[in-house]
Design a protein around this ligand. Structure first.
Ligand code: SF4
Ligand code: SF4
Length: 272
């Protein structure tokens, strides 16, 4: 199919993504800085090249909301179902959207956590803003999202990154870093990390991944306390939370932080 209006095609793809069940969708250009150099060949666990076909120009980034009731129980094995369910949903959704694009006559490679980092792509596509807890915070679902992506040669119109005001809020809030049981999250301003598991040369808030995942391994379960306690972990379909968001992303963010007292308390898994 000839595409003479990439902007219209982007609108169509967003509608198709929503039809297949994506909660958010945006488009950006390909950027090799965020791609893994190699991948694992699972036949013999050796290192294999991580090439995409030529002609790929854009990345479609999809967001998938995690269930708030399960996120409220972090850390727990039960809460892991909030993550697992969205991985299952996104696997189906990215394959359906990619098949749609291929049937128009273009390349489309469906991708979950493989091939490239999705967080920089979600930020570049304007879906949200990066936060101290290492998560993309969105105005629709706060931090309660998984992301997937599709690499494509379909001519599309790119969205732009958005400065929402999340970083300003994180500058005055350390709730996630305070709540982290192993103190894996930073307290100060964004920095260029020298830690062995971190991407090099990017100034950002960076966790101590060894401490964080060491805690997961010790529990033999899932921890995302830093997602649960985040003041942006709210139901923004409710007017009072919408109003809170307006304050939080404005110069009144200190007032919004002061109003946050009751957000993020842990619910026992047995309650669910
Ligand atoms: S997932 Fe848990 S251990 Fe890791 S940074 Fe968040 S709160 Fe800390
Ligand atoms: S808990 Fe506070 S500092 Fe941490 S990500 Fe959320 S808003 Fe930012």
């Amino acid at each position: 199919m000839e595409i003479d209006d990439p902007q219209r095609m982007s609108t169509e793809i967003k509608r198709i993504a929503e039809f297949f069940g994506a909660d958010l969708c945006a488009v950006t250009e390909i950027d090799d800085r965020w791609h893994y150099e190699t991948r694992v060949d699972t036949r013999d666990m050796s290192e294999a090249p991580n090439h995409l076909p030529s002609g790929i120009t854009h990345v479609i980034v999809l967001g998938h909301e995690m269930g708030a009731e399960l996120v409220a129980t972090y850390p727990s094995a039960l809460a892991g179902a909030a993550t697992g369910r969205e991985y299952s949903h996104e696997a189906a959704i990215v394959m359906q959207v990619a098949a749609y694009i291929r049937n128009l006559g273009y390349e489309a490679i469906a991708s979950m956590n493989d091939t490239a980092l999705v967080i920089p792509y979600a930020l570049k596509a304007g879906l949200g803003e990066y936060a101290r807890n290492q998560i993309v915070i969105t105005p629709e679902f706060g931090p309660r999202l998984r992301f997937s992506k599709i690499f494509t040669s379909l001519p599309l119109y790119s969205d732009q990154p958005k400065k929402l005001g999340v970083a300003e809020f994180c500058n005055i809030c350390t709730k996630c870093a305070d709540a982290c049981p192993v103190k894996a999250l930073p307290f100060g301003p964004p920095n260029v990390s020298t830690q062995s598991s971190s991407i090099k040369g990017v100034r950002k808030w960076t966790s101590d991944a060894e401490k964080c995942f060491g805690f997961w391994a010790k529990m033999a379960s899932d921890c995302a306390i830093c997602m649960r306690v985040c003041p942006f972990n709210r139901d923004f379909s409710k007017w009072r939370h919408k109003l809170w968001l307006k304050f939080a992303l404005s110069p009144c963010c200190r007032f919004a932080l002061a109003l946050d007292r009751h957000i993020g308390a842990r619910v026992k898994p047995s309650t669910w």
